[in-house]
Design a protein around this ligand. Structure first.
Ligand code: SF4
Ligand code: SF4
Length: 417
């Protein structure tokens, strides 16, 4: 339920006046001002300004009735502000890597000029957002218009959220698999497409595709993260590295120091970099410092992370690593795997519980076993092969618990407690 902020809310007229003062403050200075730009549109800026004054989001959730449509979101100004205001957003499917053809983009802009206030949000991972359609009745009209353009509205509520993929091999040399192709193929599977458009789940399900461990699409925070990586050590072009060292572009000692796992050593006599493949944890630091003399290894694969989220019943979590997929994995295999994950989620989850919340309840080993992930993954950490311990709320596998227990013992010894 909406409640007034601690700071206190001035009477509406005073609040409006103060809001305007705050907004004017944001227009000062030599840099472009988002407030000045928003004034050119019909955006309810007075509500935004009121939020700045009271130090709390001025918006409360609302709803718009649409047939066969998720992806419409409505907000109203919180009643305790005493200032009326509302806005309706449409979430539009975006393109992989955010590549947009100019003529298509123009058509999209024409539609939002006709039915909305002309504002389009193109950042964020939830798809493009058409902001503030001018009449509630337009929600379905705009959705039909968008379908004519070859896109759709969806990705809100308890459904698959917009698939997020990094630009991958289109622009980036680090990509260990084709994130854009897999994104497109996943979208073409009706089981994905329909579950973006229709809310069929307990809560949201976010798949994220990153081409390498730099993780630009934040796969480690997705309910299902597909993160490109490789087997063994990074690939080193010793000749090129020697040249870079000679030119002062790379300091081999810095490479040694920067390696988080101590896998790197530099032989000053032979002028050669050695990497212990067993110790390399794929942190990308040496690649960042010496690319292209050091690159991701040749044998690529996709690490699968399960249950990451920023908003769940039990709070923020990074995904659990459950195994690998081949770099050329088919979308069908990924969606088949997703379906098994959904089955377990559906069986044990309650409304507003994400995958991670069910994992916490069941334990990761039991979740993995019940979802039969071994049928899809090519390699899994050893502990998944053992029978699960079946301890509810035990979130760490035995090996990790052991590591933490030893660490705690060491800390206790150091502190003398
Ligand atoms: S995640 Fe890796 S491959 Fe993808 S854009 Fe970022 S750096 Fe490049
Ligand atoms: S990727 Fe990271 S862990 Fe692996 S060798 Fe390079 S710096 Fe070390």
């Amino acid at each position: 339920m909406a409640y007034p902020p601690k700071r206190g809310v001035p009477p509406p007229d005073k609040l409006k006046e103060l809001a305007e003062q705050y907004l004017k403050e944001l227009e000062k200075g030599p840099w472009p001002s988002h407030v000045t730009e928003l004034r050119k549109t019909g955006y309810p800026l007075h509500v935004y300004g009121a939020g700045l004054v009271v130090g709390k989001s001025p918006w409360a959730p609302s709803a718009v009735r649409t047939r066969y449509l998720t992806g419409t979101m409505a907000r109203i100004a919180r009643p305790w502000l005493g200032l009326p205001g509302e806005e309706i957003h449409l979430r539009v499917f975006h393109t992989p890597g955010r590549f947009l053809k100019t003529d298509w983009f123009r058509k999209l802009l024409d539609a939002i000029r006709e039915y909305a206030i002309g504002l389009l949000e193109v950042v964020g991972q939830t798809g493009n957002m058409i902001i503030n359609i001018t009449k509630k009745e337009y929600a379905e009209v705009v959705a039909d218009k968008l379908r004519e353009l070859g896109t759709d509205v969806g990705g809100s509520a308890d459904a698959i959220r917009a698939l997020a993929a990094c630009v991958g091999p289109a622009l980036c040399e680090f990509a260990c698999y084709d994130t854009l192709k897999l994104w497109c193929d996943l979208h073409l599977d009706p089981r994905v497409h329909e579950n973006i458009r229709a809310p069929n789940f307990h809560y949201k399900f976010k798949p994220k595709l990153s081409g390498c461990p730099f993780d630009c699409a934040r796969a480690n925070r997705g309910d299902l993260g597909l993160l490109g990586t490789w087997k063994g050590a990074p690939e080193v072009d010793q000749e090129l590295l020697r040249e870079k060292v000679k030119r002062g572009e790379v300091d081999p000692r810095e490479l040694e120091r920067g390696c988080v796992s101590g896998a790197i050593s530099w032989d000053p006599v032979r002028q050669e970099l050695r990497i212990n493949e067993k110790r390399c944890v794929k942190c990308m630091e040496c690649i960042r410092l010496a690319h292209p003399a050091i690159k991701p290894g040749r044998e690529k694969r996709i690490a699968v992370l399960l249950g990451g989220n920023n908003k769940g019943y039990y709070g923020v979590k990074l995904g659990w690593f459950v195994g690998y997929l081949p770099p050329d994995v088919s979308a069908k295999r990924v969606v088949d795997m997703m379906e098994k994950i959904w089955e377990v989620w559906d069986k044990y989850g309650m409304p507003k519980q994400r995958i991670a919340d069910v994992i916490i309840y069941l334990g990761i080993q039991r979740f993995v076993k019940e979802a039969e992930l071994d049928k899809f993954l090519i390699e899994m950490p050893a502990f998944y092969e053992k029978m699960p311990d079946d301890v509810p709320y035990r979130i760490l596998p035995p090996e990790e618990r052991q590591v933490y227990a030893e660490y705690a013992k060491k800390v206790k010894q150091e502190l003398g407690i």
